[in-house]
Design a protein around this ligand. Sequence first.
Ligand code: C2E
Ligand code: CA
Ligand code: CA
Ligand code: CA
Length: 274
Amino acid sequence: AKAEGRRTHRFFEPAMGANARARLMMEQDLRQAMNDGGFEIHYQPLLGLASGEVTGCEALLRWRHAERGMVSPAEFIPVAEDTGLIGELGEWVLRTACKEAATWPDHVRLAVNVSPIQFKNLSLALKVASALAASGLKPDRLELEITEAVLIGDDEIALAILHQLRAIGVRIALDDFGTGYSSLSYLKRFPFDKIKIDRSFVSDIAVDGSSTIVQAVVNIAASRNMTTTAEGVETEQQRDLLRSLGCTEMQGYLFSAPKPPTELKPLLVGSDRV
Ligand code: C2E
Ligand code: CA
Ligand code: CA
Ligand code: CA
């Protein structure tokens, strides 16, 4: 009875801020969406800048809300992280996206975003191996995108998990590069396969000193055997500059926004190029 009373108290606490109440409601909505199939995954192509061809697709989670329509992951991922729901949600994304990617041409990789919270759970590598086995997707076709938050504070568990994932044969990309602080030091801590250059550098690339920064990142990556992907490429001018700087891949509205699987398919088998 005591536990029950405490729970009631938690839900109807009048002093609870509007923000906290909104989060609590969202948590309940998220749980329900998980049970009702309220999530879907859209996929955005990545293109090789030398070939102009699709080399992979990034899985981007979507939440179809009954009243609010499509809710942005930027809004609900933080809530899923705070409430621990991200474990289950992340596993669903992984399993669903691997099954989808197994139907794509062999040379097209799948990129999946993994939350730093998922790197606190020692079973992550097992879950990844299980998703690969269930889908039949080859490990080297899966690329996990992580942010430098995973490596903050020399987290031994996170590093151990990263090495387990590497042993399975999946690729690891450092996402949102340039948005944190001591970014370069993270490159020494773990041998990433790829660096994703944040959209903020790409959108400014033609107007200010951003191209110098991008050039430096491309050079460092190349010297360490890593490839580079520029995010948020929207114009031909940006694409041309990135190509001349030696960036490996691009991703952005210039070629395609994230699309549901049925709309994505024609882009993978067609001869569309950038
Ligand atoms: P992100 O990983 O940096 O993903 C790139 C974001 O940029 C996506 O936003 C994408 O739709 C958007 N974008 C792509 N091209 C362009 C462009 O040319 N211009 C502009 N303005 N935007 C572009 P989205 O889909 O809203 O996702 C937001 C963030 O939510 C992602 O950022 C990622 O951090 C997170 N996220 C999405 N799906 C998942 C997931 O399954 N798990 C986890 N843990 N996080 C996810
Ligand atoms: Ca990403
Ligand atoms: Ca990113
Ligand atoms: Ca980003």
